[in-house]
Design a protein around this ligand. Sequence first.
Ligand SMILES: [Mn+2]
Length: 350
Amino acid sequence: MKISVTADVHLRKSHPERYNALEDIFKQTMAENIEHLIIAGDLFDQDFQNYSDFEALSKKYSGIQLHIIPGNHDLNISQESIVGDNISIYTEPKDLLFDSTIFLFVPYEEGTNMGDKITEMEQSVEGNKWVLIAHGDYYGGLKEQNPLEPGTYMPLSRKDWERFRPSTVLLGHIHKPYLPDESRNIYYVGSPCGLSINETGRRRFLVYETTNGSLTEKCVATDILYFNESFMIQPAENEIEKLEDEITNRIMSWQIDPADYSKVQIRVKATGFTMDKSSVLKTLEEKFEQFKYYKDEGPNIEELSVNTNPQLLTISQRTMELIDQLEWSGQDEPTAEDIKRAALSVIYST
Ligand SMILES: [Mn+2]
């Protein structure tokens, strides 16, 4: 049996693209004859008074059973506040059997942690193959945090995992599709539609297969595709050529069909040091000409400085070469890019 999974849709009247992304998941789920869709928290951007848009959408796809847990943004949704024969909202921990796999739904609750909530349900998961559906932070050397929401949200610790051993953990809360712990099968599903310019790229939902516990990623056809690109300029005779190549590579890396270019919204920034600021700006404008800027903001060159001193140019080029020769993991140390930026600012700070 297959089960679709999404999270963090953050439905809001002023953002029709989010409803459209959810509808695309409904359509793809129907097309594959999948009967269940799990929404792992923050379906709504906030608690509303009126959920009729969502109710109407759910009714249109009445063949799909929706299994919803509240997240920290929609803490107060309940079976009483949202109406629909195919809508189940779990405001208490709930176990459901899909084929021979137990799915434990743990709704978000302020001031608690996932371990305590799983303990309440220990009898139903103990010794069984089970999948955790929850909304919050995973603590296991977590690097990625929801930048909009610093602090701790209903954490799942590595210790909790060791104790209860779910076969797969599907979490909401971090909007970026993300696998924080591959060895423990812990996933953030991610938002099906970028919510802001910082939530970039193509978005996905997941399909879980109960027969073998595999997860398949499905691309969501969104109305908007955000991309946020920053270019660090190093002064050199060929700096503009290098910038042109870099821009071409970035656009290629988006893997967007030109037919979808009209959906793209970009933020573009140049930092570092240049010998010719106006050419940098012109290059950015020309190479990104076919795309729409987020909020019509245009390229940002506020952090780009000018330096034409030939001696400093030589020093900086040699330094960049040396940095390139070393290996930088970017794990527990800055990335090569960070180090170059810091080195350039020292060299040119005279
Ligand atoms: Mn959240």
